[in-house]
Design a protein around this ligand. Structure first.
Ligand SMILES: Cc1ncc(COP(=O)(O)O)c(C=O)c1O
Length: 360
């Protein structure tokens, strides 16, 4: 593909850091880059604790484990999200209750959460979908009223802002992903973020085999090996230094796509008090019958695209009731190349092909 959906930007600095890990032999999950990366992320987002972890999926699992969610509990999750958000709830043996999203912002809403609450509800996981957080103050208000924990799945929204607060700091706990297509990458990688000391300590312990603080090589709770390696963290340290530049370029890319396509397709509604990270540029086709044809047509010009996420309820191992808005978004949405190295000429080329196909 001439235009893949994503290409991570790797510079000399990432290479130097990785070589440093190899030269010093600190290649496993001990080494100076781990603490450095955690501190840099905590400072950037403005949270007290950042716990590095192997990927964004296990970050969600760890967030649920450390906030005490148990088998039989219910956790409200947006139906329109990446599968990992809901799967983490199944890993616990808890029940994901899938709530529909807003047709304009594509995000979970306080009202839909309200109608999904039962006596068994213990937590809500929100997703900052395609880089845009939901209306979090309304959600927190409901959560407080019902004594629920809120976990922000900020895998896609590093760098986004809601009412002057950074995505990743909007709930009791948040999770990040540093997969290769994320705003910054460590190859595979993730983070659990919180201001709550108790949750942070629990998360750090569970991710490290539940090891005792007082007895050497004794494991007093069930833990996992969810540790990030020093090599992953070294890449992250190099990446986070350039985050402003990456975000600025992604914002320009989004606005160029929007300028060229806004008469033909529908973009996500970004209200005034939000700033999206513009992780992946996506839009809805007015006529959903055109979507799959457009994907094939663009592939002929070596332009890679992605259909929007299937709603979680469609997966055979969920099989729950239809949420019509999530289904509709999934059938009409398409993501287009969104990597920071795209220039105006590239976007003009890609959008000219899109317009040609949908106006044919
Ligand atoms: C919303 C969301 N949650 C969780 C994840 C899982 O992250 P990872 O791929 O690092 O496990 C992703 C990754 O794409 C995501 O988009």
């Amino acid at each position: 593909m001439k235009y893949p959906i994503y290409i991570p930007e790797i510079t000399l600095k990432e290479k130097e850091n990785v070589i440093d890990c190899l030269d010093t032999t600190w290649i496993s999950s001990k080494g100076k880059y781990i603490q450095q990366f955690e501190q840099k992320i905590a400072n950037y987002i403005g949270v007290k604790k950042a716990i590095s972890i192997h990927n964004g999926t296990v970050a969600l699992h760890l967030a649920l484990l450390s906030s005490g969610i148990k088998k039989g509990d219910e956790v409200i999750v947006p139906d329109f999200t990446y599968i990992a958000t809901a799967n983490a709830v199944l890993y616990i043996g808890a029940k994901p209750v899938l709530a529909d999203v807003d047709p304009k912002t594509w995000n979970i809403t306080a009202n839909n959460i309200k109608s999904a609450i039962t006596k068994k509800t213990k937590a809500i996981i929100t997703t900052d979908i395609y880089g845009l957080p939901p209306e979090m103050d309304d959600i927190i208000k409901i959560a407080k009223k019902h004594n629920l924990i809120v976990i922000e799945d900020a895998a896609e929204s590093l760098g986004a802002v809601y009412k002057n607060r950074m995505a990743g700091s909007l709930a009791d706990i948040a999770t990040l992903s540093f997969f290769g297509n994320k705003t910054i990458t460590t190859g595979e990688g993730g983070m659990v973020l919180t201001n709550n000391q108790e949750i942070a300590e629990k998360a750090a312990k569970i991710k490290n085999q539940g090891i005792s603080e007082t007895i050497i090589y004794f494991h007093d709770i069930l833990g996992y090996n969810y540790r990030m390696t020093n090599i992953q963290a070294s890449i992250g340290c190099a990446q986070i230094e350039r985050i402003s530049s990456i975000l600025a370029r992604k914002q320009n890319i989004y606005y160029k796509y929007k300028e060229n396509l806004e008469d033909y397709v529908i973009f996500q509604k970004i209200n005034k008090h939000f700033k999206s990270s513009h992780w992946m540029v996506g839009f809805l086709l007015k006529d959903k019958k055109q979507r799959d044809g457009l994907i094939k047509y663009l592939a002929d010009f070596e332009i890679e695209t992605r259909p929007f996420f299937y709603p979680v309820h469609k997966m055979p191992f969920y099989k729950t009731k239809n949420n019509p808005i999530s289904t509709d978004l999934s059938e009409r949405g398409i993501c287009v190349p969104s990597y920071p190295m795209l220039n105006e000429e590239d976007i003009n080329y890609i959008t000219s092909k899109i317009i040609k196909h949908i106006t044919y």
